[in-house]
Design a protein around this ligand. Structure first.
Ligand SMILES: *Cc1c(COP(=O)(O)O)cnc(C)c1O
Length: 366
């Protein structure tokens, strides 16, 4: 039985009639940019995450980048970022001209270690970007405590964490802002590019409204030199139909994660550590294995599709040659890049498909 890693059209098939009629409504209304559909989604997403404001932008990368810009972070500033994360987290920092300061996880964990944060802070540090990687939140209570003591800003990268919580609160509560991506493969995905920022800070919201729209809120009056980065109304329409189903899709991911955690216990795989399966919304189910590449080929031969998140750590990407990092400079991130493998995960999977994945893994790695 073939097991696809992902199927972004599953949600379309599930909700086709609702999505089609909502899209027709938006099409007929005739507001395609900064219209009512966007406002309604921004309202709904702010309500869902219990934050005061949601500002829709073009992509998750823009959500990060525009927030740093709104805070006037740029050349000469340092921003602390996890050494193990998706490339766009770093890209947002370098795009505004600031210096990324890498923050390592500990042991076999994937998340940057809050205990290592304080020693990375210098007089140039302006912000820290905790990334709620793979759907699990960083311990934000600890991060907030340290950041407040040193007067640095917190931008949560929540691109993989729709529905996830830290100490009972969604991203955007502990941080000064949270950046979201609605790229199709995310837990809440549009059918194209889309992103947003959530925050309780009114001044930041106003600034982001300018930045996403040429620096203007009154047509043809430009306060600052902004960009063009808006969540378009057709994507907002789709996201608004999908949002009420997010919790059930996440529950489905948690059910699959629970099966992996239980049924793969007696193998040579390193499973992700959690106290409770509901701590994460399992954007990705990561495992590690000493012979990762052979494992991936074996699974592929069984028809089980897997991915690596991520095969090259940001500091070793060619794009960052000029930053001067050498292999070995961030050993934990580099080890994850060599050993991590992401198993099929998502509401598209049937129980039988999950069983197939587990049986293949038991045959390889018992
Ligand atoms: C997807 C992702 C982004 C970027 O989002 P885009 O919408 O693709 O620009 C940023 N950070 C993380 C952790 C992501 O997974």
């Amino acid at each position: 039985m073939a097991v696809p890693f992902l199927d972004v059209s599953q949600s379309y098939r599930q909700l086709a009639t609702q999505i089609q009629s909502a899209l027709i409504h938006t099409l007929e209304q005739g507001q395609y940019v900064l219209g009512q559909a966007l406002e309604q989604f921004e309202h709904d997403f702010a309500e869902y995450t219990h934050t005061r404001y949601c500002i829709g932008v073009g992509t998750g990368l823009d959500a990060l980048k525009l927030t740093l810009q709104a805070w006037d972070i740029g050349v000469g500033d340092e921003v602390i970022v996890p050494s193990h994360t998706a490339f766009p987290t770093w890209l947002a920092v370098t795009a505004v001209g600031a210096q990324p300061v890498p923050w390592e996880p500990k042991g076999h964990e994937y998340h940057a270690d809050p205990d290592l944060l304080e020693e990375l802070i210098t007089p140039r540090t302006r912000a820290v970007i905790p990334v709620h990687l793979y759907g699990q939140c960083v311990d934000m209570q600890v991060v907030q405590h340290i950041a407040r003591r040193h007067d640095i800003l917190i931008l949560e990268d929540a691109a993989q964490a729709h529905g996830a919580k830290s100490h009972g609160h969604h991203p955007g509560f502990w941080g000064d802002a949270a950046a979201w991506s609605f790229y199709p493969s995310k837990n809440l995905g549009a059918f194209g590019d889309a992103g947003a920022i959530t925050t309780n800070d009114r001044a930041l919201r106003n600034r982001l409204h300018l930045l996403r729209n040429y620096g203007s809120t009154v047509k043809y009056v430009n306060e600052i030199a902004g960009s063009n980065s808006r969540l378009d109304d057709l994507q907002a329409t789709i996201l608004r139909v999908k949002l009420p189903y997010l919790e059930s899709w996440n529950a489905c991911r948690q059910h699959i994660a629970q099966r992996y955690l239980t049924e793969l216990r007696q193998t040579s795989l390193i499973l992700p550590s959690t106290r409770d399966v509901r701590e994460s919304v399992w954007h990705v189910f990561p495992v590690q294995h000493r012979d990762r590449d052979r494992l991936q080929r074996y699974l592929n031969d069984c028809g089980v599709q897997t991915l690596i998140h991520y095969p090259i750590a940001p500091h070793l990407q060619r794009a960052y040659q000029h930053l001067g990092f050498k292999p070995g400079s961030l050993p934990i991130a580099e080890s994850i890049a060599q050993h991590e493998l992401s198993l099929p995960m998502g509401p598209h999977l049937t129980e039988d498909q999950v069983t197939t994945v587990i049986q293949c893994l038991l045959a390889f790695a018992r």
